[in-house]
Structures are given as C-alpha cells and as structure tokens.
Design a protein around this ligand. Structure first.
Ligand code: NIG
Ligand code: FE
Length: 405
C-alpha cells in the first residue's frame, strides 16, 4: 500500500546535523517526507519509500537544515538603550551604568510601563529578524518586570509571541536578573517574593519552561541562586544560568552542581568549572553578540570546552543592553570570527546543541524521523556559507511543524 504524506521536499542537499558521521551529517541528493508536523522519513532520494504527497517541493539542489534554535534571548522588553550605547562608546562601562541605576533597571522601567500588547508587538518585529535568518525556535526570558505583575506580563507576552509569530517559544523565568530599586533596602524580601510567590504563580499558569538567573557581583550570589534552583527543583523545572560573564564567580561549576541544562556566556569559567560542566552534561551557550557589544577581550575557553567534551551552543542573547542582535546568522558569523568556532561547530550550536540547552533534544535540532518538521531551505552552495555571510538574506523557505511560515 502506498503511504500518504503531507509534504515532500526533494532535489535538496541535507545538513541533517546528526552527530558522528560525515561533516554536517550531510546527505547529497536527499529528500524529506513530512506527516502531521513531523519528519516521517529522511534520507537519500534514491531510497525514498513508495509515497503519495499532498504537496511536493523541488528545491533545485538547495541545502536544507533543521530550523535554527536561538536558545538564549531577552526578546520581550520595552524601549531600548541606545542612549547607554552612546555612553559606552564614550568610555562608560556596563557595570558602571548598571551601578548608577541604568542598564537592566532602565529597561525594567520601560517594560513596566508597556502594555502586554505593546510588548508582543515590539518583540514580533525583532522575531522577524530571527525568522528571516532561519530561526524556528526561540527561547525568551522574563527579567525586566522584577515584580509579580510585570514578570507574569512578560511571560504571557512571550507565549503570545510564539502563537502570533508562528514559531516555537521556550520561556525562562529570570526573576533574579537585577534587584529592583524598591527593594534596594530589602533584598531578602525580593528573593522571597520571586522564589516563593512569583515563580510558583508563573509555573501554575503554565508560563515557565525553565528557570534562569544572573549570577554576577552586580546581580545575585551563588547562595541566592542555589535557593532559587531548589524551588525550581521542587516544581520539577530545569535550570540554566547566566554564568561567569564579567568575572569568574564559579558560575559554571554552580550550574553543573545543579544539573543545569546550560551555563551561558561563560567567558571567565575556569578549567574546574569546565570539567564540572562536562560531567553534568551542561551545555556552554556562547553569546558572541554580547561579547562584541561590550568590547570584551576575554574569550570563552573554547579549547577547554572541546578538550573536555562540553557541547557548545550559539545564541543571539537579543536584548536592549548588551546584545541588540536580531539575526541568528550574524551570531553564527561572530561565533566563528571572534570565538574561532568552525562553521560546523557553530551550526551544531544553533541546532543540535541549542536543542540540548533547552532540554528539547528529543523534539528538535536534527533532521531525523520522529522529530518536528522544523526545516529551513537556504540559498547557499555549502553549509559553511551560513556562517560566512554577515547580514545576507539566505532563507528560501522555512517550515515550522511542516507549515510554511
Ligand atoms: O545576557 N547578563 C545579563 N543579562 C543580559 C543583559 C541584560 C541587559 O543588559 O539588559 C545578558 O547579557
Ligand atoms: Fe542574557
């Protein structure tokens, strides 16, 4: 009996990104059959099973990759911080501006005064930059509300961005991003509020896929983060951490000790932290946009990650302060040029390893039967071109769960 499928992509080259075989898991002259939003079959065209497809797309030899995954963003926020950008170009540092009450706190004010609708609308504009560069899944954090009402508002907005933007969204609760001014004299009360009230309330509303925190001298301590992570565990939520971005605060080891999905930034992580991450299977999420914008000089220890077998993901960190980057291919380029990843490593970082950083390896990140039919067809001759161009429009077609966006 001939099997029926919803979609056949054929006459294409596949970068399956499946680990272990040929570079990029490439299949020259491949084909993909899609049914019910999933990849039903993928392989060499000559091996295609007997089929009937509702729709057939011939891709004239174009490359197809898994939909890219931007596993670290702050896509939902009010206003922007171009005034601080000008100050930083004039010599002020990120920490200095933060300590003066600017930085995250200035975005907090703009986010609090924005309606949920306005937050969705502005995030959708930035999302267009991501989907235009191949993104089908985006992680979005809270962390600019910093009170109950506004943290929930941000997370609801993030969920709506997924529905209205037609992509998968994975949310992270980042209540411990900065101490809001009204709690300057009552740090403990803020921790109680976020950990004991806001996180459980957001979780009860189905708004939280993971719990994140900013562990840094200008933000929260390891002990405070540990308290948050204990609550996350009791709610059965995975954790991740902004770790060792501006200094070595043992963030990589802390994340690993809590079995974190990922430790993000990690420019300053030391070898002991890297080894702990390797043992725990914690992914290193590299954010070269923030590194560029802050004019950092300390590179993340890429060779240590390689040597100890820590998987590396690459993300935009799209946010109004440190990384006004709304292009996934720009992040890939920067990961190669600044951090010296190979194009294959960078692309794994935006697919297979980014899926791991979100705990979604079973669902997305490679072209394999059973996974979601999140697919991108690219106007490139080789996969490395996805990292080579800076700012080119290369997407020829993008499908989320088998539907053309
Ligand atoms: O990932 N490091 C903390 N959080 C963001 C910056 C947020 C901001 O400056 O608004 C980051 O770099
Ligand atoms: Fe971030």
């Amino acid at each position: 009996m001939v099997e029926r499928f919803d979609l056949l992509l054929t006459d294409c080259r596949l970068a399956t990104m499946v680990e272990g075989g040929v570079p990029y898991g490439a299949i020259e002259d491949g084909a993909i059959l899609v049914r019910d939003g999933r990849i039903a079959w993928v392989g060499a065209r000559t091996d295609l099973p007997d089929h009937e497809a509702v729709e057939t797309r011939r891709l004239d030899g174009r490359w197809v990759t898994p939909g890219l995954i931007d596993c670290h963003t702050h896509l939902v926020f009010g206003g922007n911080r171009s005034h601080e950008f000008e100050r930083r170009l004039g010599g002020a540092t990120y920490e200095q501006i933060a300590r003066e009450g600017g930085g995250i706190i200035s975005t907090m004010a703009a986010t609090r005064s924005a309606s949920e609708d306005a937050l969705v609308a502005s995030a959708l504009v930035r999302l267009r930059g991501l989907t235009a560069t191949g993104v089908t899944t985006v992680e979005i954090k809270s962390g600019y509300g910093l009170d109950a009402e506004n943290e929930l508002k941000m997370l609801r907005a993030a969920r709506r961005v997924g529905v209205e933007g037609g992509v998968r969204v994975s949310t992270s609760f980042l209540g411990l991003h900065a101490l809001p001014p009204e709690h300057r004299e009552s740090r403990e009360a803020y921790l109680d509020l976020m950990i004991d009230e806001v996180l459980p309330a957001a979780h009860a509303e189905g708004l939280v896929d993971a719990v994140d925190a900013y562990c840094e001298p200008i933000a929260f301590t390891a002990d405070e983060v540990a308290r948050l992570f204990a609550e996350a565990r009791s709610l059965d939520l995975p954790v991740k951490l902004h770790a060792d971005q501006l200094s070595d605060g043992g963030g990589g080891a802390l994340a690993a000790a809590h079995g974190a999905l990922s430790a993000d930034h990690v420019e300053h992580v030391d070898e002991a932290g890297v080894i702990a991450m390797a043992r725990a299977g914690t992914v290193a999420v590299l954010l070269p946009g923030a590194w560029l914008m802050l004019r950092e000089t300390k590179l993340p220890p890429i060779d240590l990650f390689r040597r100890h077998g820590v998987r590396m993901a690459v993300a935009t960190d799209c946010n109004p302060g440190t990384s006004p980057v709304a292009s996934m291919t720009a992040a890939l380029n920067l990961a190669c040029v600044q951090f010296r990843l190979t194009p294959e490593e960078a692309l794994a970082g935006a697919t297979r390893h980014a899926a791991a950083a979100l705990g979604l390896s079973h669902q997305i990140g490679t072209l394999e039967a059973g996974k979601a039919a999140d697919l991108v067809a690219w106007d490139v001759e080789r996969p490395a071109e996805l990292c080579y161009w800076l700012g080119a429009q290369l997407v020829q077609g993008l499908w989320v769960a088998g539907k053309l966006l």
